[in-house]
Design a protein around this ligand. Structure first.
Ligand SMILES: [Zn+2]
Length: 260
């Protein structure tokens, strides 16, 4: 399976890091819909789109505004006829139809907020089911995290991925068992250990706790996401030390592509 980090940052988009948006092209599936969604058209393989939202905050949902334009850009790029006065109506109609077929999945609390905010956009809204079937013959399960976000685990035959964001990383928490053994763990990391107290207070994770989570869950690879656009919270100087606890750790970046 392929995973593309369309937006690896959190909180606010920056010149180098758009906010939370992770694309699985073979499944036609997005994990969260932050500002990184504007890059989706560059990676689309079909008009089928399922979006799973971890929670309703803008850095995870503002990209819903770009779904129509993404389909339009994609339709233009693959059209047999060039964009012109004659062809534009058909291309717009196809993009509208694709957005109207797009399924947005989230828990009830998130749907309530997002559905009212995007009432003008005709998405298919789907409350999260205990087990979801996803593209590529896969399954998605979810679990409520500290802070109220949903954690996701996706399993396909021979491949597994977990996505944990906007929560306090805790090696002894129940979710560690849920993500056990995945090939790739995308985990919130907003700061270094020296900011552990601050991160806990704002509902995010620090590096030392996250590598302990990865080691305990025996995941194969840990990719740190949701870095805050604040140089005060940079954790690069602690990465070498963190590798002593879990060697296969790296900081995610925009347009990073991972095969697993
Ligand atoms: Zn966030």
């Amino acid at each position: 399976m392929k995973l593309v980090l369309l937006g690896s940052g959190g909180f606010l988009p920056t010149e180098t890091a758009q906010t939370a948006c992770y694309w699985l092209p073979e499944a036609g599936l997005l994990l969260d819909a932050g500002s990184g969604l504007y890059r989706l058209a560059d990676y689309m393989q079909g008009a089928e789109l399922d979006i799973y939202l971890s929670h309703a905050h803008a850095d995870h949902t503002s990209g819903l505004d770009y779904v129509f334009a993404s389909f339009f850009k994609w339709e233009v790029s693959r059209a047999a006829q060039p964009l012109s006065e004659e062809t534009i109506t058909g291309l717009v109609e196809r993009a509208h139809a694709a957005r109207a077929q797009t399924r947005v999945h989230a828990d009830e609390a998130t749907l309530q907020v997002v559905q009212s905010k995007y009432s003008h956009s005709p998405f298919q809204w789907h409350p999260l089911q205990a087990e979801e079937t996803v593209g590529g013959n896969g399954q998605l399960t979810h679990f409520l995290m500290e802070g109220g976000t949903q954690g996701f685990r996706l399993d396909w035959p021979g491949h597994a991925l977990a996505y944990i964001t906007d929560t306090v990383g805790t090696p002894t928490a129940a979710y560690v068992e849920k993500i056990a053994g995945v090939d790739v763990l995308l985990h919130d990391c907003q700061g270094a250990e020296r900011h552990a107290g601050l991160q806990r207070k704002i509902g995010h994770s620090h590096l030392t706790a996250v590598v302990q989570v990865a080691a305990r869950a025996q995941v194969k690879r840990l990719v740190l996401i949701h870095q805050a656009p604040l140089k005060e919270l940079d954790y690069q100087d602690e990465l070498e030390q963190a590798r002593q606890t879990f060697p296969a750790v790296e900081a995610g970046y925009d347009r990073m592509e991972i095969d697993f």
